[in-house]
Design a protein around this ligand. Sequence first.
Ligand SMILES: CC(C)(COP(=O)(O)OP(=O)(O)OC[C@H]1O[C@@H](n2cnc3c(N)ncnc32)[C@H](O)[C@@H]1OP(=O)(O)O)[C@@H](O)C(=O)NCCC(=O)NCCS
Length: 203
Amino acid sequence: MTIETERLLFRPWREEDAEVLYEYAKDPRVGPAAGWKPHESVEESREIIRTVLTQGENYALVLKELGHPVGCVGLMTPSLHERERDEADGIKGITVGYWLGVPFWGRGLMPEAVEALLEYCFQTLGCGRVWCGYFDGNEKSKRVQEKCGFRYHHTNRSIALADGVICTEQVSCLSRERWEQRAAAHTSAAHGESEDCLLPAGM
Ligand SMILES: CC(C)(COP(=O)(O)OP(=O)(O)OC[C@H]1O[C@@H](n2cnc3c(N)ncnc32)[C@H](O)[C@@H]1OP(=O)(O)O)[C@@H](O)C(=O)NCCC(=O)NCCS
């Protein structure tokens, strides 16, 4: 899978990324918000690249202006509750996760990455719905989801994290229909039309 945006390039993680991964993943403001503990050494980061980041659909987000990874996005099988909902609706769902190194926060990089990932999920993978969640209090992640068109769906209580901390997860989702309407609105806006004319009331 090759995704490129204006400022970012998605690529698989490599063992030689261990030092740069450690630089960002050791910061306690990053991992715990996404459900994992801060990395404690370059060796641990290398091990996580080997055992986690190169398994499944995880991608290093390379900031083109620097030429090295500054964050990560991943696609995962939805958890039980969301999977049951997808099955009941007869659609394929997928869950998106992400994090970014602290020095790069606040530049709209993650919304840019997630928008590109959504196109891949809906157009290439044929998903009918994309799920995304955040732990209570993570307003930054909530904002990313809002900016990308996700809407609150349900709350998962008593989620046990690896370190034993119990969290409440707010789960949001974006349906294919809503994503297509947003994409059409953006295209029309780019041609000078008003978005208000295109979205039905309440969207
Ligand atoms: C969530 C995260 C990926 C956001 O990425 P980003 O590229 O900075 O996203 P944005 O630039 O769109 O900023 C999102 C919000 O974060 C807040 N924010 C931005 N920069 C900030 C900073 N330096 N300090 C504190 N808050 C900041 C703002 O509220 C912003 O919303 P706004 O644009 O409406 O003002 C990033 O903060 C992160 O990696 N956090 C830790 C890991 C995590 O929470 N992962 C998600 C798990 S669900």
